[in-house]
Design a protein. Sequence first.
Length: 548
Amino acid sequence: MAKKREAKHPAAGLGISYVRLSDVGNVHDPSSPDSQRRINGECAARMAVKLVSEFCDLDRPARKDTRRPQYEEAVQWLMERRAEYLIVPKLDRLSRRGMGHVGLLLDDLEEVGGKIVFAAEGLNTTQPGARQVIGFLAEQARAESDNISWRVRQWREYTRRRGEWRRPRLFGFVVGDDWKLRPHPTEAPIVRELATRYLKGASLRELSLWLNSQGVPPPSQIQAEEAIAKGHRVKGPKADEWGAATVRYILINPTYTGLQTHRGRTVVDDDGMPVPVGEGIVTPAEHARVMAEVDRRRAIVRKGKNASRIGGVTGSGRPPKYLLTSLVRCGECGGAMVVMVGKRTRPAYRCHDKSIGHRCKGSNALMDDLDREVVRRFTAKLASLEPRDPLLERVAERWLRLTVPEEEADRRVLQETADQADAALADLFQARYVRGEFPEAEDIAQYDQLRKRLLERRNAARQALDRLGPGPTVDVGALLETELSREAWERTTLHQKRSLLGLALTKVFVRGSDGGQIPMRERVHVVWIGDDDPSLPLREVPGKMDAA
């Protein structure tokens, strides 16, 4: 009896093509989609299969567990039997995640009769014994991907330690033939202007608006245009405007000081010294001032709809609008006080917790009166300090950190190097004599070599510190006569006023006025640097020194 011929499936003889580009490269690259299309087309012609669609994922890694929309759509075509064959130029173009991933795919396709053809290997998933070969090749592709990743990491580490910049150029720099960074003739002045404006109090949003108004193209757009000019493929649309996040990245990136960085940290050599990568645009002192300003603008998130943000910090991009923002506290509950501005009332600091319905009697104070009283306390406190007062030393240290002259920035770097060497020496001593990690003679020789190197590093840093001489000192009297004089204070910007107040005080507590019966001088308690917070609620009148 003749076997009944099975009806031909409507998708029989139809195929789809899938190509993938692991790295954005030149159009003439053998791994480019154009070359893979040609391979797939030749394979379909040999099989007498008509290609009805093509799927191409650009820059989608086949090793990582990331979404590949085009790959997922191609598999969906097979599962729905809209095509019978999926033609792939090579197995590692389909997946580099090993047999576990490929095997599950083959199991799903086997149930619906879908087939995959690997053009380079000449394999068809329906061939006898093909599954074993595919499994071996899949594991081989996974191992090769891991080996390539390891070699690339080693090469990048080697070039970083040599002070070479092998990445796409940063905005503001050009990469020379020696792989060193040099300031860009037109972009570098823009970077310096960003740092200057930020230190003068401009917010990240204001800086991005300024750049957009000047018609400065953003870094992503510049990189895309340069890549296209070199004949490279570029994926996806690029931003055509500056944003606050991009401005912040430029401001905090230590590479702009001319130092090699990796994952936001400065790369150091075997002696623990920073590795230079070329000529910087800003000095280490200017970068230190920027980072100090970034930290100063941050605030702890205490309330919010997203619970994961509570306890974290803000983006440090928007400077405060009022003199005592984040400094003034309610004398009843200790919560923050915010400025309330009404159409017919004068601006005033009010307890935030009470304003949102919490159980607090609440404190409030007219903004002008409280600002005036805190400034009076601040200047009087500094004027009353004795030469060796601990607060005076802390004020001097903060003032130097705020101004950060070039030699002071160098002094901090050298001091940190010496401290790190001392810590490493102490740990090395514990490793040998306490933990017993150098038992053999050859281990002891290694210990001696490590100890010698650490001693040389520490001594070199200390000698450099000695050559710098004693650190600069601050004359508080001169500070009062210049920066903090009444005339200079009136001309000082809000940003600078807040920086000066932060030299000596950390918080300002304000108690209620009892219906206007208590004057402002008796309602304010200033917490100076090094002092403990008062017990709340504030019931006692501040002492003579505080109220003077």
